[in-house]
Write a protein that binds this ligand. Sequence first.
Ligand SMILES: NC(=O)c1ccc[n+]([C@@H]2O[C@H](COP(=O)([O-])OP(=O)(O)OC[C@H]3O[C@@H](n4cnc5c(N)ncnc54)[C@H](O)[C@@H]3O)[C@@H](O)[C@H]2O)c1
Length: 285
Amino acid sequence: MEFVAGKLAVIGAGLMGAGIAQVSAQAGWDVVLRDVTDAALTRGTDGIKASYDKFVAKGRLDAAEAEAALGRITATTELEAVADADIVVEAVFEKIEVKHEIFRSLDKIAKDGAVLASNTSAIPITKIAAVTERPEAVVGVHFFSPVPMMQLVELVRGYKTSDETLATARSFAESVGKTCIVVNRDVAGFVTTRLISALVVEAAKLYESGVATAEDIDLACKLGFGHAMGPLATTDLTGVDILVNATGNIYAETQDEKFAPPELMRRMVDAGDIGRKSGQGFYTY
Ligand SMILES: NC(=O)c1ccc[n+]([C@@H]2O[C@H](COP(=O)([O-])OP(=O)(O)OC[C@H]3O[C@@H](n4cnc5c(N)ncnc54)[C@H](O)[C@@H]3O)[C@@H](O)[C@H]2O)c1
């Protein structure tokens, strides 16, 4: 579907919200970027400007285009400013209470026909949609970090998401240069977190039981499967705690042993060896 860039609202000017605003403004969308404090908005818009500057310096973006894109972003603390948006993308903290509060308000404020999207990594879209009177208009639009670099968007159908909503979400994501996969059922971990969880759990078990070193397990995935990074190095980068939490949530929902966080990873979290951010994970930094 050919899509004419329209009006977009992004709720949350953090890492993901700022990235989504950045790529959308560059693609011609008029963007309202909303956060709760001016400080958060300034951090977000400063980050966007710095990123555009880098693209300009590398010759990948014209300075005039960057200027025009910045001019298409309006930062605000007023939620009412989303009223005329065609699409609203929520990218606030990964807490269901915070998302519920936002979607209850969006339900009252957003215009009829607007698509209400969440960038959640793991909260079921059906649960977010359930607090609105228009669950058919709610959809998962899961971008990856860093948004300007990562090509994938995972579109997630909630239990009541309409085909029309999914199609609009897809056109939006494609209009900002992304490639979509569709998650047809709102399962825990969607597709991407399920896949990485299964791989990380098995990699950690192989390491834990002395079958191979961390280096060799990662090399197997890099050289054998062409992965850019091995699963244990990826876990260290993302945070062992984050992966224990993600796999544990999928395990809680599915009771499928392949997602049960291995003892070693749970003990690493207890000991504070949570990866790069602590200086020690499967590797020492
Ligand atoms: N960080 C990642 O790699 C990543 C990747 C994919 C998806 N996600 C998901 O994207 C969402 C945002 O993650 P992030 O990493 O950008 O978080 P972040 O902490 O960088 O930013 C969250 C922002 O939301 C703002 N916020 C909180 N309550 C708000 C409200 N009521 N209204 C408006 N803004 C509010 C905060 O002030 C903050 O600026 C989460 O659901 C997360 O799971 C994150």
